[in-house]
Design a protein around this ligand. Structure first.
Ligand code: TNX
Length: 717
């Protein structure tokens, strides 16, 4: 690992079934899925992750009407009907249809048929999907496979199906024959709610976004130095004190999930066939606990809550029998409480970045934490450092090493991380791969990324895609993997949130410089999470960046339609249309409360925009032009100059000015329907919204975080 960084069911069988699965489609299908597209690139449905086998058929496809039944075939799986209701719910906002969901023993005609009685060969998540003018059928062995197939079905519809408001259609499902099953059973995403608290609605939104790419595990990093985010009834100080900070600020309030809220997240994730893995990190990353519970400290004095950016700064006191007993009792209470609310098989006990721990202190932590988890019948997960100590058999280690570790394998300078992995493998551990130089969603894409870190260098989309789990703990030439292939259960992308705001080494001067967590999350996640999802789902034989980026390019308009503020990676051939379908192309007034966005009389290049009574003159008219990423430029009709974030600022409060049109990201605006009416106009560069100061004549216009106020909800006339 880089020195610039402070260091700190039978899954194997399922993977084998995946490979051995007899796919009931023509043998040429997989090849066709990749090559045919060259011919009909624009029209061919572009599924991400790439299915095992996809044949694009000729013909018209199946067009939904307001009466199309979602027909679930009766089965013994109690969750199958729920998938039908879910699908009808997903299709409702854009179509305006309330599709009837029926359960019958025989398939209806001219319907979307969801059949959970498919062959066991499909495994828990495999499915087949066929669509033609007579209907669509998704077949799986149980509800979970249906749910995965339904995600593919969404991608066979036009991009505007993801719109949150009614669009005209037509809603035609492309004609295809697909047969699909995942490479790995564990495909996760981690959200660091400890450094940056995600409100419930934003966490649910993120779950939905990840589920669309067949992610099936949500790892919640619930505790760290900067905050403790889960209520533990028996230890109220963990939230009254431990939840009073976030990375970069304290706010005189607390941010955490109550037990009921945590269970609501678990249930919501379950309804998207996603398992929650709670992480209680330790023995380092524990300042929030050390601030809340005095006797976890060697001097029995609670430390002050921490809101800085350092890592590797804290350690439970594990240097004498009394304190080991204190820590053990604490962990038992915490892990008992969390495990009791967690139906999934795992509890993650952290173990990363503990530079000050001696090996016996570290071992004391691992022994206490793993005993608490196994006593509750849970399988232990931990960062790969946990492997240095004795761990229960079948524990799952999460590898977050990098190219430096791989290069050291077998040399005299082998890194400790490599040795820890070897030790874990000897103990029969399984592995989830999260190589930090590929799968860390908090790494900047390039020098212009406003958020995140770069201790692993930049991670552009191509790098997020450019790795294979079977060689992520191998020598640079790909040989000698430390972890046997059959011990790899899957992959996980990690959205750390140390720097979930624009800025690097400087503390923000005000909390208004923090964008809403979803703005950070979407910018860093899209388009990289789909890359990791494809590595986890699709066969290595279909792994091809050129083909992936072509398919992914058609998803930009889907994200725009869904209001996802993604990063338009420059090497992806993003298709236009889709989201708003270019719906806003043309000349518009832009007004809120009867006050229109305008350039003042006599304005020159650089003049700040303002709002004044809507009169409809040319200075209040804007030409919207859709860009390749689905966003728009807005050129003033009177001056020909474009709405622009002054100096490309990513700070809240920066002026919106008019400037010579260049098409750069500080002149691109995402148009999204807002809750409460009107549209928001979000800067592609900063993620902040065009906002007027008031409804007074001449009020000045700046960019601000989304606050839901009417002063940033515009009527586009
Ligand atoms: C390393 S990776 C960490 C986290 C940071 C992250 C930032 C790991 C297990 N620990 O504490 O948030 O880097 O990139």
């Amino acid at each position: 690992m880089r020195s610039t960084r402070p260091r700190g069911r039978d899954l194997a069988t399922l993977a084998a079934v995946t490979l051995a699965l007899a796919i009931p489609v023509p043998a040429t299908a997989a090849a066709a899925a990749v090559s045919e597209t060259a011919v009909e690139a624009a029209a061919a449905p572009a599924v991400v992750p790439q299915p095992v086998s996809q044949t694009n058929l000729t013909g018209t496809g199946f067009t939904l009407s307001a009466q199309t039944p979602v027909n679930v075939i009766s089965s013994s799986d109690p969750d199958a009907a729920g998938v039908g209701a879910y699908l009808a719910g997903v299709l409702a906002p854009a179509t305006g249809y309330t599709l009837p969901v029926t359960t019958t023993s025989q398939p209806a005609s001219q319907a979307i048929v969801l059949n959970p009685n498919g062959s066991t060969d499909l495994g828990a998540e495999g499915y087949t999907l066929s669509s033609s003018s007579t209907g669509v059928t998704v077949t799986a062995h149980g509800a979970q496979g249906l749910f995965r197939g339904v995600q593919t079905l969404r991608q066979l519809l036009p991009a505007a199906i993801e719109s949150t408001t009614v669009k005209p259609g037509p809603w035609t499902v492309a004609p295809v024959q697909i047969s699909d099953t995942p490479r790995y059973a564990y495909r996760g995403v981690m959200v660091d709610v400890a450094r940056r608290y995600f409100p419930m609605s934003q966490l649910k939104r993120y779950i939905d976004q990840a589920a669309a790419y067949k992610i099936n595990t949500l790892h919640l990093h619930l505790t760290d130095d900067q905050g403790w985010r889960i209520a533990i009834g028996a230890i109220p100080s963990l939230t009254t004190v431990g939840a009073s900070t976030q990375s970069g600020f304290t706010g005189g309030t607390t941010w955490y999930y109550t037990a009921a809220e945590y269970q609501e997240i678990v249930a919501y994730a379950k309804s998207r066939f996603m398992t929650v893995v709670p992480e209680i990190d330790g023995p380092g990353h524990t300042s929030a606990a050390l601030a809340s519970v005095a006797n976890l400290n060697c001097d029995n004095k609670a430390i002050k809550p921490y809101s800085g950016f350092e890592v590797g700064i804290s350690l439970y006191c594990l240097s004498d029998a009394q304190h080991i007993s204190n820590v053990s009792g604490f962990l038992t209470t915490v892990i008992d409480t969390v495990a009791a609310m967690t139906p999934g098989p795992y509890v993650h006990v952290g173990g990363d970045e503990t530079p000050q721990a001696t090996s016996s202190q570290y071992a004391a932590y691992v022994s206490a934490a793993t005993a608490a988890a196994t006593a509750r019948g849970k399988t232990v997960m931990g960062w790969h450092q946990l492997g240095q100590s004795t761990i229960p058999a079948n524990s799952v280690m999460q590898w977050w090493g990098d190219a430096d570790d791989r290069a050291s394998i077998g040399t005299s300078g082998e890194t400790q991380d490599v040795q820890f992995v070897r030790n874990a493998v000897q103990q029969n551990a399984k592995f989830v791969m999260s190589p930090s130089d590929h799968a860390y969603l908090d790494m900047k894409y390039d020098s212009s990324t406003p958020y995140g870190l770069s201790w692993q260098g930049y991670v552009p989309l191509s790098k997020a895609y450019d790795w294979d789990p079977t060689t992520s703990t191998a020598k640079p030439n790909g040989t000698g993997s430390l972890v046997p292939a059959d011990k790899i259960v899957g992959v996980e992308a990690a959205l750390w949130a140390d720097r979930a705001y624009a800025g690097s080494d400087q503390l923000p001067t005000s909390t208004s410089q923090f964008p809403e967590p979803y703005v950070y999350a979407e910018h860093m996640t899209f388009p990289r999470l789909p890359a990791i999802a494809e590595i986890g789902w699709s066969p290595q034989s279909t792994h091809n960046y050129t083909d992936f980026s072509r398919r992914l390019g058609t998803h930009g308009p889907r994200w725009t339609a869904a209001g996802i503020g993604y990063y338009a990676a420059p090497d992806v051939p993003w298709t236009s249309g889709g989201g708003s379908g270019g719906a806003f192309n043309g000349v518009h007034t832009v007004a809120t409360g009867g006050q229109a966005l305008e350039v003042p009389a006599g304005a020159t290049n650089g003049t700040q925009l303002r709002t004044s009574a809507l009169l409809g003159g040319n200075s209040q008219k804007w030409t919207f032009t859709e860009q390749s990423d689905g966003s728009y430029t807005m050129a003033n009709v009177a001056t020909g100059l474009c709405a622009d974030v002054n100096a490309g600022s990513t700070s809240a409060g920066a002026s919106i000015i008019q400037w010579t049109c260049t098409g750069t990201t500080n002149q691109r605006w995402r148009v999204a329907a807002a809750t409460g009416g009107g549209h928001t106009l979000t800067s592609v560069k900063s993620g902040l919204l065009i906002t007027t100061a008031s409804t007074a004549n001449g009020a000045l216009v700046t960019q601000q975080p989304n606050s839901g106020t009417a002063l940033q909800r515009w009527t586009i006339g």
